[in-house]
Ligand binder design. Structure first.
Ligand code: IMP
Length: 185
């Protein structure tokens, strides 16, 4: 089954295409941003995106991700895009000056085709660096060290990020479930 990933983010498409290729699931890209309702949880955002993106006969994939800072009670979390667009990476670094730097990246991924809906979650724990490091990736990648690594997500290759990242974990779980559906029909 081919799926259509609805997102405006080309970097996410590259990651999802690589991951779904391991399960032989081709990914078409519908390049648009779906308006996000104000919600407290990534799961609610994904449910709303699925409702907005669903199309008869099409296997639609959406996702929403956030960075949860332990010292800031999980902020920016579901508001990560807003924080990135307003205070930016430097603002986040300032927020954590001389503070504990633990953080979790979380992705909720969703699939809908007809009456079948699948949701999966992926997380990676890590720490926020004290300055930007690396030029790869996107978003918060230059300030996030995944647990056990001395390189940020912006300093490792895409496939390396996929193996351990929040999106890698959520999307592999989703691809496995979609592949299982495929084998039933
Ligand atoms: P959204 O899922 O596109 O709403 O992401 C929220 C914010 O987190 C945006 O500013 C993204 O750039 C950022 N973000 C999402 N996924 C990642 C990632 O894998 N690495 C770094 N930043 C990310």
């Amino acid at each position: 089954m081919r799926v259509t990933f609805v997102t405006s983010n080309a970097s996410k498409v590259a990651e999802v295409r690589r991951i779904f290729a391991e399960y032989e699931i081709p990914v078409a890209w519908s390049r648009r941003s779906i308006p996000e309702p104000q919600c407290d949880r990534l799961e609610e955002v994904v449910e709303a995106k699925l409702a907005a993106a669903a199309k008869p006969g099409v296997g639609v994939v959406v996702e929403d991700s956030g960075l949860f800072l332990e010292d800031a009670k999980g902020f920016p979390g579901v508001y990560s895009r807003f924080a990135y667009d307003t205070i930016g990476l430097d603002g986040v670094l300032r927020l954590l000056a001389n503070r504990p730097r633990g953080a979790t990246f979380r992705t909720v991924a969703g699939f809908r085709k007809g009456r079948t809906t699948l949701l999966t979650v992926g997380e990676v724990h890590g720490t926020i660096s004290s300055r930007r490091q690396g030029t790869g990736g996107f978003g918060y990648d230059p300030i996030f060290f995944p647990e056990g690594s001395d390189r940020t997500f912006a300093e490792i290759s895409g496939p390396e990020k996929d193996r351990i990242s929040h999106r890698g974990r959520a999307m592999r779980a989703l691809a496995r479930k979609i592949a299982a559906l495929n084998s039933k029909v």
